[in-house]
Design a protein around this ligand. Structure first.
Ligand SMILES: Cc1cc2nc3c(=O)[nH]c(=O)nc-3n(C[C@H](O)[C@H](O)[C@H](O)COP(=O)(O)OP(=O)(O)OC[C@H]3O[C@@H](n4cnc5c(N)ncnc54)[C@H](O)[C@@H]3O)c2cc1C
Ligand code: SF4
Length: 482
């Protein structure tokens, strides 16, 4: 049977509502006042973007959310989305000293959201524009978190930046991949607009390697940042994989972000292959869209799962089934549609890798199979775009971790294509580091931001790009295309 939506719009909207709603003012004040404002605060050390957590919390406690937002956004331009999507329990909140006292850690993510929402909802700007430009131009390939963070930092350092993005909308996986109940795409899109308001030109719908060549970019720009992320889901390489209801979990999640929720087709019995965070997001969203049964199958044991425990608990709470030590060997079809997944039980082999146990095969009935066994590395794309670039044995771009610089001096990198796939906040941190590396490369100076923070609390009208003296990058791109 072809798949179809299963629940009415209102039910799906309720199921997909945000798990962690915004704090009200009084709640934020009470929470902020619990903070000990630790010296050498471990929560700062645990934040890959280096946000001064006690400083922003103190500003909230003093009733100044605008100043708090400035502290956050200066360190992390994607502070609003990180407030929603960061695995805080293993980062800042996991490091909070209150845990050692058997108290609840400070809800840093929700306080961060309180402050960043405060300025976003009121159109309050916390950045002023650079007084001067450097005359240097940087091309950023990919408008995901890494590319946007790099671009924003470079703009604040006075450089002219153009971001090239192949998708119609910016934000990368932050716009198209995050579980819907954690964050809606409009938060990510608003952040891209914030980057644009710093004078960065965002050129969406342009694929580097197709619409423009790297050679063209090299002629027009002084440095390039590569933030192309990872590729499609890893193939299963089993019979039946080409049936229409065998879907890349990323494509399934993409549909949730690009279609009305009540138009997303879903199976009654869904099987998700893999046990990382993407698998958990896929199984949980399947259930929230109306799947009657949703099952994760994983060839190793429960203890080997790479998904965060809090994500695993959420999926179990939502009713997901978990089958461990089983491996798919065939997708079964009938009349051209999926009817089941043939599984074989596994045990750990001599080398620790799972091996099939003979004569233990059985069929798990299902009508939708979601593949979540990891994303391919972009090795082919990278070799095509940059033949001289060194790719390491893991299939990611070799680079200096302190500066993001690659073996080709004017090319820098960060984010998933350089770290192999981590979190949004890692991509932000690496994008920022690379921006400082690029600045040093272009100017031979250590970076000092040219942007001076605007007077705290000053209202500067609505956001939007075009506030800087025009970059003329649009004309430049049009000229390159001719
Ligand atoms: C399903 C899923 C759920 C996730 N959930 C979370 C979460 O809850 N919390 C969290 O912190 N992290 C999460 N992550 C991880 C996080 O999304 C990534 O680590 C982060 O987005 C990486 O940022 P990036 O900029 O390196 O790559 P991406 O976000 O992948 O962005 C790369 C961009 O480059 C563009 N691009 C690629 N090739 C070209 C080209 N040739 N020309 C122009 N543009 C190009 C792409 O279209 C894309 O927009 C999740 C990841 C997945 C897959
Ligand atoms: S570790 Fe916890 S209590 Fe200490 S400054 Fe950070 S959030 Fe506040």
């Amino acid at each position: 049977m072809p798949l179809q939506p299963l629940l009415p719009a209102a039910t799906i909207a309720a199921n997909m509502a945000e798990l962690k709603p915004a704090l009200r003012r009084q709640e934020a004040l009470v929470e902020a006042n619990r903070c000990l404002y630790c010296f050498d605060a471990p929560c700062i050390m645990a934040c890959p973007a280096g946000i001064d957590v006690p400083a922003f919390i103190k500003k909230i406690a003093h009733g100044n959310p605008v100043a708090a937002a400035k502290t956050i956004l200066t360190a992390n331009i994607l502070g609003a989305s990180c407030a929603r999507v960061c695995p805080t329990s293993v980062l800042c909140e996991g490091a909070c000293v209150l845990e050692d006292r058997d108290e609840q850690p400070i809800q840093i993510g929700r306080l961060q959201r309180y402050a960043t929402d405060y300025v976003a909802e009121r159109g309050i700007k916390v950045f002023s524009l650079p007084a001067q430009t450097s005359g240097k131009r940087v091309a950023v390939i990919g408008a995901g978190p890494a590319g946007l963070a790099c671009a924003a930092e470079l703009a604040q350092l006075g450089h002219t930046v153009v971001v090239f993005e192949k998708q119609a909308r910016p934000g990368g996986l932050n716009t198209y991949g995050i579980a819907y109940y954690k964050m809606k795409p409009d938060v990510s899109l608003a952040e891209a607009e914030l980057v644009g308001s710093l004078g960065v030109e965002l050129r969406c719908g342009l694929t580097i390697g197709k619409d423009l060549t790297v050679a063209q970019l090299e002629k027009a720009f002084d440095a390039i940042f590569v933030g192309v992320g990872l590729g499609a889901a890893t193939r299963l390489r089993i019979p039946g994989e080409n049936l229409p209801e065998v879907v890349d979990a990323l494509d399934f999640i993409d549909q949730i972000h690009t279609h009305p929720l009540d138009r997303v087709p879903i199976g009654r019995r869904v099987v998700v292959i893999g046990a990382g965070n993407t698998a958990i997001d896929a199984v949980t969203q399947s259930l929230r869209l109306g799947a009657e049964q949703a099952t994760v199958v994983y060839r190793r044991s429960e203890g080997d799962m790479s998904a965060y425990n809090f994500e695993y608990q959420l999926a179990k709470h939502d009713g997901a089934r978990f089958l461990f030590n089983v491996m798919p060997v065939e997708v079964r079809g009938s009349a051209g549609h999926v009817i089941g997944l043939r599984l074989v039980r596994t045990r750990a082999g001599a080398d620790g890798r799972p091996e099939p146990i003979p004569e233990t095969e059985y069929i798990e009935p299902c009508d939708l199979v979601l593949k979540a066994v990891g994303q391919e590395k972009q090795v082919a794309l990278l070799r095509q775009l940059f033949p001289a670039l060194q790719i390491d044995s893991r299939g990611v771009i070799a680079h200096d971790p302190l500066t993001g610089q690659t073996n080709v001096p004017h090319i820098f990198t960060g984010g998933d294509c350089a770290n192999g796939g981590r979190e949004v906040v890692n991509a932000v941190g690496e994008g920022k580091k690379a921006a400082h590396g690029i600045h040093t490369f272009l100017t031979k100076e250590t970076a000092t931001p040219l942007v001076q923070p605007s007077r705290l609390g000053a209202k500067q009208g609505s956001s939007g790009s075009g506030l800087l003296s025009p970059i003329r990058a649009h004309e430049l791109v049009e000229a390159l295309k001719k």
